[in-house]
Design a protein around this ligand. Structure first.
Ligand SMILES: Nc1ncnc2c1ncn2[C@@H]1O[C@H](COP(=O)(O)OP(=O)(O)OP(=O)(O)O)[C@@H](O)[C@H]1O
Ligand SMILES: [Mg+2]
Length: 263
C-alpha cells in the first residue's frame, strides 16, 4: 500500500474557485500519493469538473495552495500542467474517430525522422510503439492504421490512458471514464486503471458510480456543492455508506425501498 507519509504527487489546500457570483469550489483540500487511486464522487454540479480543470491548468484558482511533489505551482495552461506530469483524460477523449489509432496515439507528439526541411513523421516507428503499447494492456491491434472510431468505447478509453502513460504522466485524471460503458467494457477500463496504479502513478478517478469507485479506489472524496464531505479510506467506509454520503444517496435508497428493490 501507499505510504501516507510520503510526499503527495498532488496536494491542494483550501482551493476556492468562483465564477462571478457562483462559488464552484468553496475550500477543497485533497491529495494523491504515488500508487493510489483517489475517487472523486459527487452529484451533478458538485464541482468535480471544476476541481480537475483547476488541477490540470484550465482554470486558475481564486485562492488556495497547490503543490506538485512538494513544490508550489501555478499553471498558466493545460500544457504547463502536462509538462509537470499531470495528464487529464476527458470523457470526450479528444480523439479524432476517422484518424488511425497511431495518429491519435501520437497526436501533437509525432516522432520525426530526416533533417529539416525534409522532416516527416516516422510512421513505421509510431505503428510499432502503438501496437506494442496496446498489446501490453491486452488489446490486440492487428492494424494500427485502422481508424480509432472502429475500436469499442472501452478500448478507446484505454488508448487515451495508454497515451498519457507512455508520454510520462505521473498523475492521471480520469473524468467519468466508465459512465458510457457497459459491464464488460467497464471492467476492462477498471482493470487497466488498477494496472496503471501498480506502476506507481497517482490516479484521480471521477465517477458518479459508487460501485465503479469501490472496485478500484483506495480513498474516496465526496464533493457536495463545492465542499468536501470528507475523505475515507477503503477500510473506513463501505459501499452503502459511500452511496449515502453522495447527495441524493439517501433519496435513491428511499426510492429503491419504495419501488421494492434497490436502485
Ligand atoms: N465556466 C463556468 N462559468 C460559470 N459557472 C460554472 C462554470 N463551470 C462550472 N460552473 C458552475 O460551477 C458549479 C460546479 O460545476 P461542475 O461542472 O464543476 O460540476 P460537476 O461536479 O462536474 O457536475 P457534473 O457531474 O454534472 O459534471 C455548477 O454550479 C456550475 O454551474
Ligand atoms: Mg463534470
Amino acid at each position: 500500500m501507499t505510504d501516507p507519509n510520503s510526499t503527495p504527487l498532488i496536494e491542494v489546500r483550501d482551493l476556492v474557485k468562483h465564477f462571478g457570483s457562483v462559488i464552484a469550489l468553496g475550500g477543497v483540500s485533497m491529495k494523491v500519493h504515488p500508487g493510489e487511486v483517489l475517487c472523486l464522487l459527487g452529484d451533478n454540479g458538485a464541482g468535480k469538473s471544476t476541481l480537475i480543470k483547476t488541477l490540470s491548468g484550465v482554470h486558475a484558482p481564486t485562492s488556495g495552495s497547490f503543490h506538485v511533489e512538494g513544490r508550489p505551482v501555478s499553471f498558466q495552461s493545460p500544457r504547463a500542467a502536462l509538462d509537470a506530469g499531470i495528464a487529464t483524460v476527458y470523457q470526450d477523449l479528444a480523439m479524432i474517430p476517422l484518424m488511425s489509432i497511431t495518429r491519435n496515439f501520437f497526436m501533437g507528439r509525432e516522432p520525426l525522422k530526416g533533417f529539416a526541411p525534409f522532416r516527416h513523421m516516422d510512421m513505421a516507428h509510431a505503428d510499432t510503439v502503438t501496437r506494442e503499447e496496446m498489446r501490453r494492456i491486452g488489446i490486440d491491434v492487428r492494424d494500427p492504421q485502422q481508424a480509432v472510431g472502429t475500436l469499442s468505447g472501452g478500448e478507446r478509453q484505454c488508448v487515451a490512458i495508454a497515451r498519457a502513460v507512455y508520454f510520462g504522466a505521473k498523475v492521471l485524471i480520469l473524468d467519468e471514464p466508465t459512465s458510457a460503458l457497459g459491464v464488460a467494457q467497464t471492467s476492462m477500463v477498471l482493470k487497466y486503471i488498477n494496472q496503471v496504479r501498480t506502476k506507481g502513478l497517482g490516479v484521480i478517478f471521477i465517477t458518479h458510480n459508487v460501485r465503479h469507485a469501490f472496485a478500484v479506489g483506495n480513498r474516496f472524496t465526496v464533493l457536495n456543492r463545492g465542499k468536501t464531505l470528507g475523505t475515507h479510506t477503503k477500510d473506513e467506509i463501505d459501499i452503502d455508506a459511500l452511496q449515502n454520503l453522495m447527495a441524493g444517496g439517501k433519496e435513491l435508497q428511499d426510492l429503491g425501498a419504495e419501488l421494492g428493490g434497490t436502485v
